[in-house]
Design a binder for this molecule. Structure first.
Ligand code: DAH
Length: 351
């Protein structure tokens, strides 16, 4: 390589050439092996830098000192460059992209099963002309109870275990409550529409003081209300059977059992034929029927409270729990219904 080193200037210039050449090659190195080879080529026993260092014997003493400083600097620069390039190569090895490896699927959520149920219930009833409405969740006592023929001191009021809002009572509407059932939409709907026909579907959140494996303090109901001239129990039965066939399955039907509600007369409990034994009786249903919820012919007092003439119009109503109805459809047996409203994704992802 270098023939002789006449003076420090010449030495410095050669050193810098070697340094630049080394740095250019290091940056170009495509893998770790090439880097190892370059390290040997410059810093190894017979490396370019090592050979050059041996030549400083030709320099004067003061120049030797100067040369020593330069040697250290060049050597460290080359070592740093080697280390940096090594890291760069390692990084890019990590980023290496193999298009043949199956990709990671992004997690995709889905509607909560109660939202799915609400949509399905709505579309089933919308097909036969029901119109979905919404009424306040924070409601007056009057709409929730009094207008439904349940006077303030009536023992039936205990059944609803209502949450009361801590505000002074309204002179006509009484206390404020969290609506305990969707029936509170009945009189509101009569007042909104004013003149029948009415075909209401009110699906809403309801609140009651209850929490155990089969009850949650917030749950959902769907309430049907149909009012027109000449509406009879036959229309109610036809509507319920339509729902049973279309929501639960072609071979399902309903049965009405006499019951009592303040706001309907006559009142019924609605049962649906068991999907497992088709009404013959089995372990799931015992007698062939499963209980869905309440229904009845709208009480004349309720029509009057909604400013509808009970001598001209009649109507039917029904009100059932969304959670219960959906679980019955899916054949789900959820040990603890509170899980539906827990953030437990392991549970929720199943549906
Ligand atoms: N509101 C009642 C409840 O929450 C259910 C109900 C019964 C609704 C009979 C109705 C009905 O519309 O006619 O238990």
């Amino acid at each position: 390589m270098q023939k002789g080193i006449e003076n420090i200037n010449k030495f410095t210039s050669i050193m810098l050439d070697v340094k630049n050449e080394a740095l250019a090659q290091i940056v170009d190195a495509g893998n770790i092996n090439e880097l190892e080879e370059l390290k040997i080529a410059y810093l190894g026993r017979n490396g370019k830098l090592t050979t050059l260092i041996k030549k400083i014997k030709d320099l004067s003493i003061s120049e030797k000192k100067q040369a020593g400083g330069l040697i250290n600097e060049v050597k460290n620069t080359i070592l740093d460059a080697l280390a940096t390039q090594k890291n760069t190569l390692k990084e890019s090895a990590r980023d290496w992209f193999d298009a043949s490896i199956p990709g990671k699927k992004p997690t995709i959520g889905h509607l909560h099963l109660i939202t799915q149920a609400i949509r399905e219930i709505s579309s089933t009833f919308e097909k036969i002309g029901f119109v979905r409405v919404r009424y306040p969740e924070v409601e007056w006592d009057w709409y929730a109870f009094e207008s439904l023929n349940i006077p303030r001191d009536h023992p039936a009021r205990d059944d609803w275990e209502t949450f009361f809002i801590d505000t002074p009572p309204h002179s006509k509407y009484g206390l404020m409550v969290l609506t305990p059932h969707t029936s509170s939409g009945q009189v509101r709907e009569m007042m909104r529409v004013k003149k029948p026909p009415i075909r209401m579907l009110n699906i809403a959140k309801n609140y009651r003081r209850q929490s155990d494996v089969s009850h949650v303090p917030m749950f959902h109901q769907f309430e049907g209300l149909v009012i027109d001239e000449g509406i009879s129990v036959a229309h109610l039965k036809g509507t319920l059977d339509y729902f049973a066939r279309n929501f639960f399955g072609k071979d399902r039907k309903t049965r009405l059992r006499p019951h009592h509600f303040q706001f309907t007369e006559p009142s019924f409990e609605v049962d649906i034929s068991c999907g497992v034994c088709k009404g013959n009786g089995c372990k799931l249903c015992k007698e062939g029927w499963l209980e869905l919820g309440g229904a009845g012919m709208v009480h004349p007092n309720v029509l009057k409270n909604g400013k509808i003439d009970p001598n001209k119009y009649t109507g039917f109503a029904f009100g059932w729990g969304v959670e219960r109805t959906f679980m019955m459809k899916a054949g789900l047996e959820i040990g603890d219904i509170r899980l539906l409203y827990s953030p437990d994704l392991k549970f929720l992802r199943q549906f």
